[in-house]
Design a protein around this ligand. Structure first.
Ligand SMILES: [Zn+2]
Length: 424
């Protein structure tokens, strides 16, 4: 197995370990880093780690079951008043539980801060079944190439193709629920522990979880912007207008949604009886979600009719009602920059904070990396909670690799952070 790429555990070597455990051998990205785990690390050499997972995390076909297991642990969490753990999500990375020591370090970072800025990325939403870009189950690993700003602006055909796919994916994407990571951060913010919440995500899940004043660095799919006059409008009325103008596509999408519900029900049934692997479960999803709400249109027709891939050609996208300009989701596409005013604001927040917590971001995009750099220019503390390497690992004061949902629900329930900050 090549170093530098996560391998799904279903493809790892599995063998029986001590009673009640199986051993998964896998390749991980940072060979010299301790694989922090409440499960145990047996041996480690340059490119191979041996990590034990309890028996109930190994599916009947040998694949690893990710996320928090339903049943015992969930019951225990509810007893302790913690947020409901994230449901099994095929897009979440495979990680062992966070250690008590790491948990305490993250709690201390928050509790000791005067002004805390939280910066979240795609890894914060993977437990809500939104794939990230660069993770093991990420969109890039399946050959996804996001549209660039230049490609979108270049032709009406490109805009039609984009909107036809986005139109098809919106129903599902707009219906996604926040997970324990979003809920944990919202609770911390409500108690005054988070001074600014900046996200690279366009899915609006922080707001859905109850967070306020969320700064959406790269915009949101929930808004449409005119490239001519700059006017913005909510997405849903525009979606309704697209359905009206494209009744054939709207009808096809409705049938896909119904077929998707049937596939999801079958997936849930098979998960309950433990007869499916994570990969099979992923395949069962009719729409392949993308981090920006775009979808991969299934080539196979669910019940025989036109394919929406062809619909891009005849798809009608209306112009801006005010100026006739090109309408685009209010998202910063690759190849475009964060609007100047927003950029200035977040940079000032990063400079002013004395602690920054990065959640689920590899910080590979410069607009996010520069914020981590800015936080470090003073005597700001930089803590990173993210799976896999990040661009800021070398400058981080603390790096923890754990599932964001598990870590943040426990952090938000920690006695030191249960009281409002003003009362400290
Ligand atoms: Zn306009």
């Amino acid at each position: 197995m090549p170093l530098g790429k996560w391998q799904p555990f279903s493809r790892c070597l599995l063998s029986h370990g001590k009673k009640g455990y199986k051993t998964a051998q896998c390749c991980i990205l940072q060979p010299h880093r301790a694989f922090s785990s409440a499960d145990s690390v047996q041996t480690a050499d340059d490119d191979l780690r041996r990590v034990e997972f309890s028996q109930d995390r190994i599916g009947s076909d040998g694949s690893l079951i990710t996320g928090t297991l339903p049943g015992k642990q969930e019951h225990a969490a509810q007893q302790e008043g913690r947020a409901r753990p994230a449901a099994l999500s095929p897009t979440a990375p495979v990680l062992p539980p966070i250690s008590e020591h790491e948990l305490q370090q993250l709690v201390d970072t928050i509790a000791d801060s005067r002004r805390l800025v939280v910066l979240t990325g795609a890894g914060c939403s993977t437990e809500s079944s939104v794939p990230d870009y660069r993770g093991p189950q990420g969109a890039y690993s399946t050959g996804f190439k996001p549209i660039t700003h230049q490609q979108f602006m270049a032709s009406a055909e490109a805009q039609k193709r984009y909107w036809a796919r986005s139109f098809a994916g919106w129903h599902e994407f707009s219906d996604i629920h926040p997970n324990a990571a979003h809920e944990g951060l919202a609770r911390l913010q409500q108690r005054g522990w988070v001074d600014a919440l900046i996200t690279q995500n366009v899915d609006r899940l922080h707001s859905k979880a109850g967070a306020t004043d969320v700064i959406e660095l790269h915009g949101t799919t929930h808004r449409v912007i005119c490239m001519g006059c700059g006017e913005t409008s909510p997405r849903q009325p525009f979606q309704d207008l697209l359905a009206e103008l494209n009744p054939g596509a709207a009808d096809y999408v409705q049938r896909l949604i119904r077929a998707g519900h049937d596939a999801e029900a079958a997936r849930q049934r098979s998960l309950r009886v433990g007869s499916t692997s994570v990969e099979e479960a992923r395949q069962a999803q009719l729409f392949k979600r993308r981090p920006d709400g775009d979808v991969e249109i299934p080539v196979r027709r669910p019940d025989g009719d036109v394919e929406l891939q062809d619909a891009g050609k005849g798809f009608i996208v209306p112009p801006c009602p005010s100026c006739g300009g090109i309408l685009k989701p209010d998202v910063v596409f690759f190849g475009d920059g964060v609007p100047a005013e927003r950029s200035k604001r977040v940079l000032a927040l990063a400079h002013e904070c004395d602690a920054m917590l990065v959640v689920g971001s590899s910080l590979m995009v410069y607009s996010a990396f520069r914020l981590a750099k800015a936080a470090k220019t003073g005597d700001g503390r930089l803590a990173i909670l993210s799976a896999g390497p990040t661009r800021a690992d070398a400058m981080a004061d603390l790096k923890v690799e754990a599932l964001a949902g598990e870590a943040l629900s426990r952090i938000a329930s920690h006695p030191a952070l249960l009281i409002p900050k003003t009362a400290v």
